[in-house]
Design a protein around this ligand. Structure first.
Ligand SMILES: *[C@@H]1O[C@H](CO)[C@@H](O)[C@H](O)[C@H]1NC(C)=O
Length: 321
């Protein structure tokens, strides 16, 4: 992974994409299941929003079909004055296949066509694909074709994508910012996920890695997009740190104190820099089974919430600046 650079270098790297005078907007990744693994209802989302509203009024979700998320969340968002980023899942296809026939995509796209009309004003954006480039499921050009299809359908809604920061920094995503046609318009809404935790940094040093990741993604997009770069909104799509009960990853140690350290330095710093971000995640997802980490070890997935499953904040979230 990229070595950390000084914050001042990070700040200098991406001037056109960051408005230094405006504080970034905080949003949250929001799961679609309750602590016992049942699909959330509209009323569950209303309670979620009531508990988040002093911190943020923007959330992102991931699937168009799992748990009927769009149908259930949009009425709650409308009632509670929240904005929602909806997701459309895109699966795997051969790297030389640029058709837009993926089955998950077709299902999620159809679900959004049904759920969104009447709620356009609460949809902040639609993201097509979630780390499809990182997984190697899509190429830049094939993903761009999917995004174009959705943009054509939802003409009044911003349509973009979410992927790991390094796929924006290493050129994999360049087609999104260099091709601007009717079928594949310039992509202007970019969620770059960046977890210093998964890069195995200590909580104290993590903010440097986090800033370096985001500035690397921004600087590369700015370079390839040229004069179009001021139309492109680069947002940190996910960041976070597991609290007590979570798993360690190399030098990145889970713990509530460490999560607070990362919040106060990384999250607060990123917002102060003027970058919008989504914290992963709002609430613990106690129903989640362990996964296998990049290090081959069982990884706990239940303790990433800023709040517990019963919606209590775990640490001091007031930013020092
Ligand atoms: C919470 O953090 C802020 C910013 O660092 C600090 O000013 C405040 O004193 C803290 N509050 C408590 C109760 O520790």
């Amino acid at each position: 992974m990229r070595p950390s650079t000084l914050l001042s270098l990070a700040l200098a790297a991406a001037p056109a994409l960051v408005s230094a005078s405006t504080r970034g907007t905080l949003g949250f990744s929001l799961g679609d299941k309750t602590a016992d693994g049942k699909c959330k209802t509209t009323s569950d989302y209303e309670t979620d929003f009531d508990n988040l509203k002093d911190l943020a009024t923007l959330v992102r979700t991931y699937s168009g079909t799992e748990c009927d998320t769009p149908q259930n969340i949009l009425p709650a968002a409308k009632k509670k004055n929240f904005k929602v980023v909806l997701g459309i899942w895109v699966g795997a296809q051969d790297s030389d296949d640029t058709s837009t026939n993926d089955a998950s995509f077709k299902k999620d796209f159809a679900a959004l066509k049904k759920a969104v009309p009447g709620y356009e004003d609460v949809v902040e954006a639609i993201t097509v694909g979630s780390e499809t480039l990182y997984r190697g499921d899509q190429t830049g050009p094939s993903l761009h074709n999917y995004i174009g299809l959705v943009a054509k359908q939802f003409k009044t809604i911003t349509v973009g994508t979410a992927d790991s920061w390094n796929k924006f920094a290493d050129g994999t995503a360049d087609d999104l910012f260099t091709r601007d046609t009717e079928d594949a318009p310039l992509v202007t809404y970019v969620l770059a996920n960046a977890f210093a935790y998964w890069q195995g940094t200590t909580a104290k040093e993590a903010y440097k890695t986090y800033f370096d990741d985001m500035s690397g993604a921004m600087a590369h997009i700015q370079k390839v997009a040229g004069t179009n770069s001021d139309k492109i909104h680069v947002i940190n799509g996910e960041t976070g740190w597991p609290t007590d009960g979570g798993s360690d990853y190399e030098a990145a140690k889970a713990g509530t104190d460490n999560a607070e350290t990362f919040w106060q330095t990384g999250v607060c710093g990123m917002l102060a820099w003027g970058v919008d971000l989504f914290y992963f995640e709002a609430y613990d997802e106690s129903w989640k089974p362990d996964s296998t980490g990049d290090n081959g070890k069982a990884m706990d997935e239940k303790h990433w919430g800023l709040m517990t499953a019963d919606r209590k904040v775990k640490f001091n979230t007031t930013c020092p600046y």
